[in-house]
Design a protein around this ligand. Structure first.
Ligand SMILES: *Cc1c(COP(=O)(O)O)cnc(C)c1O
Length: 348
């Protein structure tokens, strides 16, 4: 895997911004190097551009070396940086699956990079041959999502590894929901398949969507490219501080995941018993896809009841489906009760 050759030419030769703190290593007590205000501790200081302490904590949790970790302002930052590093606007192209998370396409569009989509099969798995058929010498990135949003299933490992072995560019696997999946992360595969980039986030299982912290796991070479082109201080001190506090309690995250998995099963069977629910897809994520005969009508009824779900009924392969995030036991009961009430009203 020649990362340099895959990069845009201007990025290959780019000299990154050097921060005041880059020029100094060690400990000091008088900081007169960054034109900071000496008052208002601790907010007056720029954050660590290398996010070193946080990186080390994440490294232990994820079982990969710190040099294999990029930390970003949500995984959305990693998506954007990969596109900007590897895709020449107006020339290169990106391949992805359909349906999937909308951000890959939007980000490609913002960067003026052609976006090619390979429809999933009716079992929501990748047709690897037709996806690879979209590849040409200008294909730099393939984005897939496993477990996939919105279809809630994991993609087959053998398909993903086959793609990694047969795609000339980078295969980006978005594992935002991996903590809820029955199969483990593919982060172990990056040594065997150096063109794999794994995206993960602290927004879902870790319950930190508000502080904006996402990550990429990849070879040292790919990570150093992302670090070179990010905003120097992309993770602010508030996020770094709160993340380190929260990450020190892994047990709490594991308890949440266990509870949410139990609720996912309970909500799925609760929905399945309702006459108006035609199907509930098996889920490897913290949400359920439920098909209704009149999805839009139910969606709007729920809004009136103060319950917001996501209407995916217009999405290809997801016709008639509402996407329902697994909430607390109380929230899930409120949803089930509201749906029962809707049926009772119809009968009368
Ligand atoms: C929620 C989600 C994310 C998380 O994005 P952040 O920017 O890290 O909050 C990433 N990918 C997918 C597919 C998601 O559904």
């Amino acid at each position: 895997m020649n990362v340099d050759k895959l990069l845009r030419k201007n990025i290959r030769t780019l000299i990154p911004y050097s921060t005041a703190r880059d020029d100094f290593k060690g400990s000091a007590s008088v900081f007169l190097d960054a034109n900071e205000n000496p008052y208002n501790d601790p907010y007056n200081r720029y954050p660590d551009p290398h996010r070193q302490k946080l990186r080390e904590m994440v490294s232990v949790i994820k079982g990969v070396r710190p040099a294999q970790i990029f930390l970003g302002n949500g995984s959305d930052e990693a998506i954007d940086l990969l596109i900007r590093a590897f895709c020449e606007p107006g020339t290169d192209n990106i391949i992805s699956i359909k349906p999937t998370y909308g951000m890959y396409k939007v980000c490609a569009g913002i960067n003026n990079v052609e976006f090619r989509e390979s429809m999933l099969d009716s079992d929501f798995q990748i047709n690897t041959e037709s996806l690879l058929h979209l590849q040409d010498e200008r294909s730099k990135l393939t984005f897939v999502c496993s477990p996939n949003n919105p279809t809630s299933n994991s993609l087959r490992k053998e398909d993903l590894l086959y793609l990694a072995g047969n795609f000339r560019g980078l295969l980006v696997i978005d594992e935002a929901y991996i903590d809820f999946a029955s199969s483990p992360s593919l982060s172990d595969e990056i040594s065997r398949y150096p063109n794999i980039v794994i995206l993960q986030t602290f927004s879902k299982a870790w319950g930190m969507a508000g502080i904006r912290l996402g990550m990429a796991i990849a070879s040292d070479e790919i990570i150093s490219v992302m670090d070179r082109i990010k905003y120097p201080y992309n993770i602010n001190i508030l996020t770094q501080k709160v993340a380190m506090e929260q990450l020190s309690d892994k047990g709490r995250k594991d308890r949440w995941v266990k509870l949410l998995l139990a609720e996912r099963a309970r909500l799925a069977s609760g929905l399945a018993t309702l006459e108006i629910v035609k199907n509930v897809l098996p889920s490897d994520a913290n949400f359920l896809m439920a098909r209704f005969e009149n999805a839009r009508e139910i969606f709007e009824y729920l809004i009136v009841k103060g319950i917001i779900v996501r209407d995916r009924s217009g999405v290809a392969l997801c016709e008639g489906y509402l996407r329902i995030t697994v909430g607390t036991p109380e929230e899930n009961d409120i949803l089930l009760d509201a749906l029962k009430k809707w049926m009772d009203n119809k009968k009368r």
